[in-house]
Each structure stands twice: as C-alpha cells, then as structure tokens.
Design a protein around this ligand. Structure first.
Ligand code: GAR
Length: 200
C-alpha cells in the first residue's frame, strides 16, 4: 500500500504527534509521517527521533524577519513533499508562502470548541469564561487565528475543580484520537494514492 506522506509541525510536548506516530504503525494506516518540523527545541521532537523520522527546527530568531522565517518554513515543508501538513500544537501563525503552497492541505488542532476561544490559550480562556462544556476542534488553516473551516469537534465537560492543566489533559485525551481520525480520513483518498487529499 502506498501511504500518503504527511509533515507534522509542533512547538510543544508532542502528545498529538505521538498519537499520530502510534497510529502510523498500524498496517492499514493510510499515511506516513515523513518529517516533523518545530519552531523551537520542542520536547515533542524526541517522539520523532525515537521513531527515526527526520526532524528540523526553523526558529524565528535565526531569521532576519518574520517574512524570511515564513519562507524558510515553507521551504522546509516543501523539501519533504507532503500531501498534507498537520499542525499539532504549532504555536505560530502560518504565513502566506506555506498557506499558498499548501492551500486546502493544511490542518490544525485546537483545544476548544471553535469559534469559541481561538488563539494560544484556548483552555485557559474557556475556564476563565466559566463554560461548562469545551472540547477540541480540528480545522482547516486559513490566514486568520483559528478561523478556518471546522472539520471535526469533540466535547469535554468542565468540572468544578478543573485547573487549566487537568482540563487540558482531558481535552488532549479526546483530541488525539480525533486528530488521528481526521488525518486518516484525509489521507485515505480513494481516487489515487498520490492524489492530493481534499479537505471536507
Ligand atoms: C494541543 O492541545 C493543541 O490543541 C494545542 O496545543 C496542544 C499541544 O499539545 N494547540 C493550540 O493551542 C493551538 N492554538 P501536544 O504538544 O501535547 O500535542
């Protein structure tokens, strides 16, 4: 079986990446992770190293300005020729070069029920607002902050005694299978093995 190549972008501990890697071990998995790219020395890179998957770091601080970093990120992704790019806890906005190169083939996972609580603190903001239900969303990436088309969502109940950490852990527990499911669905395009997965 020819597996659809994907690149995963991370900034953090990489529990979503780990779930994608574990799922990729299944015989019937329609995708393979060809590279993991981070914008910092993210501890999640260790998951990729342990699985002998190429890793790269594209740090904003190593570039002249944001536009140069945007170009470097797009080039790093393109070098691996993925059919789908998955943001799994990548904490930077995606700039025009990557958005244009991978239009319709970039997805992101977010720890809240969008369009509520977009941005870098989805869990904290939901807790501060006092919502009783929050969750996780997998969306298409567009130029806005978590404004892309919603592909899948799952709800999580907020408990009276929740802290940001306890709530985020329960969200991650349902977010990981949700993300794996969406990635499997998008890469299992029936038309042709090398066909570009179409979102939605
Ligand atoms: C995930 O919960 C993801 O939704 C969130 O960062 C976490 C990364 O966890 N992303 C965002 O908040 C993006 N706005 P991980 O590094 O353990 O996969």
């Amino acid at each position: 079986m020819t597996r659809t190549p994907i690149v995963v972008l991370i900034s953090g501990t990489g529990s979503n990446l780990a779930a994608l890697l574990t799922a990729a071990g299944a015989e019937d998995c329609p995708y393979r992770i060809v590279a993991v790219i981070a914008d910092r020395e993210a501890s999640g890179l260790d998951h990729a190293r342990a699985a002998r998957i190429p890793t790269e770091m594209v740090r904003l601080a190593d570039h002249e300005d944001r536009a140069a970093w945007d170009r470097a990120l797009a080039e790093a992704v393109s070098r691996h020729a993925p059919e789908l790019v998955v943001l799994a806890g990548f904490m930077k906005l995606i700039g025009p070069p990557l958005l244009e190169d991978y239009a319709g083939r970039l997805i992101n996972t977010h720890p809240a029920l969008l369009p509520s609580f977009p941005g870098a603190h989805g869990v904290r903001d939901a807790l501060a607002h006092g919502v009783k239900i929050t969750g996780a969303s997998v969306i298409e990436v567009d130029p806005g902050i978590d404004t892309g088309r919603i592909l899948a969502q799952v709800a999580v109940e907020v408990r009276e005694d929740d802290t940001e950490d306890t709530l985020h852990e329960r969200i991650k527990a349902v977010e990981q299978p949700l993300l794996v499911d969406v990635v499997r669905r998008l890469t299992a395009a029936p038309e042709a093995p090398r066909a570009r997965p179409r979102l939605g």
